[in-house]
Write a protein that binds this ligand. Structure first.
Ligand code: SAH
Length: 246
């Protein structure tokens, strides 16, 4: 369990624009019960005041050590696996994972460095552009007519899965210790920009309407869990294409 405790520390619980101080406190409490420590907040409501502390109920240390960020890109920069959360089905099917598998994968990759589980706003969840930054989306099975859990409730359920996974050895073979680390999120984003540049230069992509094609390509490559070596190969191919074109 000790090695796995270390890994739990590498799992960032990211809250995008949480608007209720009480919810942030309740998230800290949920995290502490599940041995999670790294709370990352993007444009949060006041989280060190009386309301948040009351709901944290003794988990104030998590609130005090929480890191604030300006943008989601910034917190994900050095993460090698990023999983978003969503209560609802989206237009184009997003690659999705069940909670138990989500937990196993996060834990396996947390052995190589930080990973992130991203939660959305209380009112409107995560935007599609924010989900584009995630390799997968996890949904907690719930009443189809009322599937939206309270933010802290969702952190509690997925935190429980993480703690449970940390007690077992159920890891897919390709995710065992010693695998090549997945690419960092900032390297993936650089690859996507480079890909878009080449698609425009070759005339395959109309720069006036890049969105849908790029979103499909993000999903294709996100599904592949590209590792460091694979991203380097793909960048090399793009550079070779550009050299020929110029
Ligand atoms: N009305 C929003 C739901 C926001 S609930 C929407 O339609 O998306 C706030 C956050 O809690 C969500 O963004 C998500 O991070 C988490 N959450 C709530 N219910 C969930 C569920 N069933 N599965 C996964 N995450 C959930």
């Amino acid at each position: 369990m000790n090695g796995n405790r270390e890994k739990l520390r590498n799992i960032r619980i990211v809250l995008v624009h949480p608007t209720h101080p009480g919810n942030i406190g309740a998230v800290a409490r949920a995290m502490k019960t599940m041995c999670l420590e790294a709370l990352c907040l993007i444009e949060p409501a006041e989280y060190l005041g009386a309301e948040a502390r009351a709901r944290a109920a003794g988990a104030d240390d998590i609130l005090l050590r929480a890191q604030r960020y300006e943008s989601l890109l910034e917190v994900l920069r050095d993460c090698r696996l990023v999983i978003g959360t969503s209560a609802r089905a989206r237009g184009i099917a997003w690659p999705s994972l069940a909670p138990a598998l989500c937990a196993q994968r996060l834990l396996a990759e947390a052995g190589c460095g930080p990973v992130a589980l991203v939660f959305g706003r209380e009112k409107m969840g995560l935007t599609n552009a924010e989900l584009d930054l995630c390799q997968y989306v996890v949904g907690i099975p719930a009443n189809p007519d009322y599937a939206s859990l309270n933010l802290a409730g969702a952190v509690q359920v997925l935190g429980y899965e993480l703690l449970r996974a940390s007690d077992t050895q159920d890891v897919a073979p390709e995710w065992r210790e010693g695998h090549v680390p997945l690419a960092r999120n900032d390297d993936l984003q650089r690859f996507y920009s480079h890909l878009q540049e080449v698609l425009v230069e070759t005339g395959f992509l109309d720069p006036a309407k890049p969105r849908r094609l790029m979103r499909r390509l993000y999903r294709l490559f996100n599904r592949a869990y590209l590792d460091e070596n694979e991203v380097n190969i793909l960048r090399g191919i793009l550079t070779a294409v550009q050299q020929r074109l110029r």
